[in-house]
Design a protein around this ligand. Structure first.
Ligand SMILES: *Cc1c(COP(=O)(O)O)cnc(C)c1O
Length: 420
């Protein structure tokens, strides 16, 4: 099995750790930008223009959003906080898509105030939105399509017909008819049927499905959809030996479908968009910790100075995150449970994992934490979330979020004397 490599040296890591303290998430800016460019390149052919709306929830840090904005990305939001992060870095108007599910009126109002493209999750939300906006729908609206049994689901997102999201096929037609009759002028269509999917054909099939539906809507209702959003869900190779999705291949195959379906139907130029989060930042983030303890009981344990506050995915989903011990790679290996410090037996970054045998005090790097890493952390057991650091080559780095303090943690308690 080929090992996963690190872009930085142990010396560089130790130098950053000396400045910031462990644990911290480290994000590789150059690699992240290069990946964003390759993504745009794969869809540079789209005659109506391509844009990835970065799913802000994956890594909600304005410094990251600002870098992605520079690379031409928009933002995909589903809360007021996420909308405000986009606003703060100057992602506005139709560079924001607001996709949510069980949405309060204030969120629709904020999204509308920013000029975001609102993506409705249900046919009943048309009226809800109309009321929330004082009786007038936006000029431009999007629907989220749930293909139900017409599309087999992937392992993580489950079967579309069991998912809480989106309109049925019949509701899509009814919904556009309603919008048209209410005077809405511009239309978009979205679907999101995968999560962490590594099969490139899946995305080509999804595009074909939306292309066919857009053509049918045009033919049956005369409603001309101008933007298709293929959703997110492009997976990343968490495990050594897994293959990243070949974006150029996906782009070319979607181009063929576009020419076969949209062009003859008179629906070109069509804007094609996506809202990937994981594949944009996931592989370029690393959780850097130190070994605090080793223990040998019924099993062998390596205890780190981080925990689920810093990375939930292994405990929450049983997800694999590769682990490197930079000082010991190439040396003897042994099987351990690699644990965090919570009073919760599932607080483990890896179970029965062979890693290079570490010494107490060694740095340990957990890979692929750039999406749903820091963002998902919680404060159970009063554990604090770490700093986030943007790595800019060599020992250059920038703290883009400081670590939480006990004062932060106690701030909502309003109890005298409890100030951290
Ligand atoms: C989470 C989410 C995404 C991003 O998914 P990734 O797997 O990170 O690409 C995109 N769109 C919606 C509506 C989401 O909820």
């Amino acid at each position: 099995m080929p090992a996963k490599t690190l872009p930085f040296t142990l010396g560089q890591l130790e130098s950053i750790a000396a400045k910031v303290g462990t644990p911290f998430h480290l994000y590789d800016e150059a690699a992240l930008r290069a990946n964003a460019r390759a993504f745009n390149q794969a869809f540079a052919w789209v005659p109506g223009g391509f844009k990835n709306f970065y799913a802000v929830k994956a890594l909600p840090n304005p410094h990251i959003l600002a870098a992605l904005k520079q690379e031409g990305f928009g933002g995909d939001c589903s809360s007021i906080a996420e909308l405000q992060l986009c606003e703060a870095v100057g992602i506005r108007g139709e560079d924001i898509v607001f996709t949510s599910n069980d949405t309060p009126a204030e969120e629709f109002q904020k999204a509308h105030a920013l000029g975001a493209l609102i993506n409705l999750d249900d046919i009943s939300h048309i009226e809800f939105l109309e009321r929330a906006l004082g009786g007038k729908l936006p000029e431009f609206l999007c629907f989220r399509y749930n293909p139900g049994p017409l599309k087999a689901g992937n392992a993580i997102i489950g079967k579309p017909e069991e998912a809480k999201y989106g309109f049925t096929r019949d509701q899509i037609f009814e919904g556009y008819r309603l919008l048209r009759d209410k005077g809405v002028k511009r239309f978009a269509l979205h679907t999101m049927v995968a999560s962490n999917e590594l099969n490139p054909d899946y995305f080509v099939e999804t595009a074909q499905m939306l292309f066919d539906l857009a053509v049918e809507v045009f033919q049956k209702l005369g409603v001309r959809i101008e933007l298709l959003n293929l959703g997110g869900g492009i997976g990343i190779p968490y495990r050594p030996g897994q293959q990243a999705v070949d974006l150029a291949h996906v782009g070319n195959a979607i181009k063929a479908a576009y020419e076969r379906t949209l062009v003859p139907a008179g629906l070109a130029p069509m804007r094609i968009t996506m809202e990937c989060g994981r594949m944009v930042t996931g592989p370029y983030g690393y959780l850097v910790s130190r070994v605090l303890h080793k223990k040998a009981t019924y099993k062998d344990y390596v205890g780190l100075d981080s925990c689920m506050a810093n990375l939930m995915r292994p405990a929450l989903y049983g997800s694999y995150h590769h682990i490197t011990v930079p000082a010991r790679e190439g040396g003897p290996r042994k099987v351990y449970d690699v644990t965090g410090s919570l009073c919760e037996n599932n607080d483990k970054f890896a179970i029965d994992r062979e890693i290079a045998v570490p010494a107490i005090g060694d740095l340990v790097v957990i890979h692929d934490t750039g999406a749903h890493g820091h963002a998902m952390g919680f404060n159970y057991n009063g554990k604090l979330r770490s700093a986030e650091v943007l790595w800019q080559g060599g020992t250059n780095c920038r703290v883009i979020r400081r670590a939480e303090t006990l004062a932060d943690h106690f701030a909502t308690l309003e109890y005298p004397g409890l100030v951290g």
